[in-house]
Design a binder for this molecule. Structure first.
Ligand code: SF4
Length: 71
């Protein structure tokens, strides 16, 4: 069993400022309107610190990082 983390976006709360894509371009891109698109929801250990920083920087708390358990 492996613990991993997953990114999620509250699309109703997100106002599309795009800060998360600047801080975590490895996992987040912006669509043509400036709203985030996740390349992958699974966050590797190598990107965990950057992902936490992006979550903390979201001005409307729309980006979240959840623990997930994989068998
Ligand atoms: S930083 Fe937050 S509000 Fe801005 S685009 Fe990302 S999820 Fe949306």
């Amino acid at each position: 069993m492996t613990r991993t983390h997953r990114l999620g976006i509250d699309r109703i709360a997100c106002d599309g400022r795009g800060l998360c894509a600047e801080l975590l371009p490895e996992l987040i891109a912006l669509d043509e309107w400036g709203y985030p698109i996740l390349h992958d929801t699974a966050v590797s250990e190598a990107l965990l610190t950057h992902a936490r920083r992006a979550v903390a920087a979201c001005p409307v708390l729309a980006l979240r990082l959840e623990r997930a358990t994989r068998d």
